[in-house]
Design a protein around this ligand. Structure first.
Ligand code: CA
Length: 231
């Protein structure tokens, strides 16, 4: 998966540094600003996927930054997580309906924050995929409406299970998927199958992907990962 870009707008230096270090080590590309005015400017210049936006900021507060982002045609698609210190501020964030996607109350644990970040980015990705009619990579094209795969403009004959498997991989690009999670999400919880079932179907799917077979990587002892960009 392409590295997600995160802009942190926060005037407290310690928190800013802490966020920057942890987000970078989690694999995100991070930009930062320490006031609302510069934050907006950075949002325009860097087009991040997500903004961590502190509420109390000098020059222009977080609510105003949020309002301006959400009323700008180009910037309103950026996901926003508000960072707020007091519980009464949350009512404002939520009540104002400014379109923040989530909020985190200070002091927060880094673990919790990273979980929220991942969840919001994932929601964003799924929404983008849903709006998209097709997923494309090099000569591959998967149509979400028709549920059809083409490779070099040739339709590939896939079974219903292979199609569901492929869709699950595309929706989780870059993430390791265990056999158990594939069994649950592709075959359904009620399916009384074995991990081996997954391996068998993946082997067949890979064979049909032909030159793109290694787009589905085996993560030894754990499961599988769909990594077109390492292809
Ligand atoms: Ca602040």
């Amino acid at each position: 998966m392409k590295e997600s870009r995160i802009l942190v707008i926060e005037d407290e230096e310690d928190i800013l540094n802490l966020l920057q270090i942890n987000l970078e080590s989690a694999g995100y590309q991070v930009f930062s600003a320490d006031n609302g005015y510069d934050g907006l400017k950075m949002a325009r210049e860097k087009s991040p996927d997500l903004i961590l936006l502190d509420l109390m900021l000098p020059q222009m507060d977080g609510l105003e930054v949020c309002r301006r982002l959400k009323s700008d045609e180009k910037l309103k698609k950026i996901m926003i997580i508000m960072l707020t210190a007091k519980s009464e501020e949350i009512d404002r964030v939520v009540g104002f309906e400014l379109g923040a996607d989530d909020y985190v109350i200070k002091p927060f644990s880094i673990r919790e924050l990273l979980l929220r970040v991942r969840a919001v980015l994932r929601r964003d990705l799924n929404e983008k995929i849903e709006k998209q009619e097709a997923w494309k990579f090099k000569g591959m094209e998967f149509d979400f409406e028709a549920m059809e795969l083409k490779i070099d403009n040739r339709f590939i004959d896939l079974t219903a299970t292979e199609i569901k498997l492929l869709e699950e991989f595309i929706r989780n690009e870059g993430r390791m998927l265990s056999r158990e999670s594939l069994l649950n999400n592709v075959w359904g919880y009620e399916f009384d199958g074995y991990a081996r079932t997954v391996d068998t179907h993946i082997r067949r799917l890979r064979a049909k992907l032909d030159v793109y077979a290694d787009i589905i990587q085996t993560v030894r002892g754990l499961g599988y990962k769909f990594s077109p960009h390492q292809h």
